[in-house]
Design a protein around this ligand. Sequence first.
Ligand code: ADP
Ligand code: MG
Length: 430
Amino acid sequence: GYRKGGYHAVRPGDLFAAGRYVAQRKLGWGNFSTVWLAFDVQLQKYVALKIQKSAPEFAQAALHEIEFLTEITKRDPSNCKCIIQLIDHFKHTGPNGQHICLVFEFLGDSLLKLVQYNRYKGIGMDRVKRICKSILVGLDYLHSELGIIHSDLKLENVLLVSTIDPSKDPIRSGLKPNLERPEGNPNGEAGLNPIEKKLKMRARRVLAKLAERRKSVAESSRAERSLDGIDLTCKIVDFGNACWADKQYTDFIQTRQYRAPEIILGAGYSFSVDMWSFACIAFELAAGEMLFTPKEGHGYSEDEDHLALMMELLGKMPKKIATTGSRSKEYFDRHGDLKRIRRLKFSSVERILVDKYGVPESDAREFANFLCPLLDFAPEKRPTAADCLQHPWLQYDDDKSSGALNSDEVNSVNLTNSTGITISSCKNVD
Ligand code: ADP
Ligand code: MG
């Protein structure tokens, strides 16, 4: 929390980097940081300001992230590779210590929000294709040009980009950059006497009411707003867990549901772990639910359940792969059968898409044809991002199936980002 070594408390109007950035409002947070929308006074534009916790291990992680982002940004001067761009970084000293701050281009909602807005029903195949294309452009850049493995691809770590002109965005009118610094001690109430505190509480209540009213106005204009112009490109973010393929720091990576089998088995890994996670993301966008949600059960672990779920969907794991990881013996007997989960109910990606998620047969077949090679138990057999970009499933007519949203789809999908502010994007993904 907000203590020594922890988060830095920020209030709207707080200044960073000798006044260059003015904090506007909180956008999100992670275990390591809080992320604020800020106004860059020098370049007169909005940015995302990530303020890391101050303890040494967090500072170390931020320096690690900066190392990767600097390289990523430097080698993509035209900002077309579907990866977040780092604009600046600096140190900021506050009452809880010294915080490393990263300044990013400001992006929209994450794919997780997009799926949530659609009530976990899937976002439609045209949009799935469009988003997949962006992610693949990003992965191809990371893998073949930079030699970087992201290691933590998931819906939260892919953010949408929108092309709506911010000056024409109705929601933005309520969000003019706030360049005022609030009165009083910027870092909390400690410096206030009882009367000041009382006044401040009163002011806070009034402000809260105002914010409430403004929110309801924003909500209604959000519903009326045409969503034309959102082209569904997106960008990969969060390089806190990235590594160089030839310099790995740990053998245990990725978020559970997106974790590749070779990680569970302790069999080493390469770029193809990202391709496995990518397939999980693509499925989740189409179905609205995660591909694998393993759970610990009576007599078996979450890991073993995960392996069982993979085999039920993709067929039995080849014995050679199942038995040669450093942790294989925990799960498999010498015949290559799971030790504690004996009966598997086999299905297929195509059947699940049709039967459980109501995807039309032909769509399901084409999609499964794209997806299944990525879910090969043999990492070296998985197609690369460059291979995927050549796949027939992604050779669609851009104008005919644009994936962009029409205004009659306002009720089926709500793409407005939480602040209503958008930035222009690079369009030459193709
Ligand atoms: P952590 O490493 O602490 O998890 P992240 O980099 O994942 O931090 O950022 C935390 C959250 O902040 C994200 O999930 C997202 O909601 C928001 N966020 C991060 N970067 C941006 C950005 N460039 N534009 C808009 N929101 C962002
Ligand atoms: Mg994160």
